[in-house]
Design a protein around this ligand. Structure first.
Ligand SMILES: [Zn+2]
Length: 131
């Protein structure tokens, strides 16, 4: 069995990415309309906060929304990058070491850009920077 990725499998992965892309875009636009509705509501209340407790929970909700939408955007970007790599024929190749990414890994995360080992290295480097 060759390590080369077969075209039928690649097409399955591409379809899964396209579906995931559409799903993420829907989630993001839903989230944006919620955030927009919330800020409109706040504008109507005016600059004077009559209910400090409400104000605080609104702020918290907005923060949570921002965190979620950022995570969704990151994922969407990764999906788009993966889709572009189909065009260049580099889908499924680790961007760091140039080796094929484990097939099981791609089936779990079709937008993965790195093999397990390099992703772990990257995650370790990121958490070191955060600390
Ligand atoms: Zn690698």
């Amino acid at each position: 069995m060759s390590r080369a990725l077969d075209p039928a499998w690649l097409e399955v992965m591409r379809q899964r990415l396209l579906e995931h892309q559409a799903q993420l875009e829907r989630q993001l636009s839903d989230l944006r309309s919620v955030v927009q509705a919330e800020s409109q509501y706040q504008d109507e209340e005016g600059p004077v906060a009559n209910h400090p407790a409400d104000e605080a929970s609104d702020l918290l909700a907005a923060e949570v929304d921002t965190t979620i939408s950022r995570a969704l955007e990151d994922e969407l970007n990764a999906v788009k990058t993966a889709l572009k790599r189909f065009d260049s024929g580099s889908y499924g190749i680790c961007v760091d070491c140039g080796q094929p990414i484990e097939r099981e890994r791609l089936e779990a995360i079709p937008w993965a850009l790195r093999c397990v080992r390099d992703q772990q290295k990257l995650d370790a480097a990121r958490s070191r920077r955060r600390a």
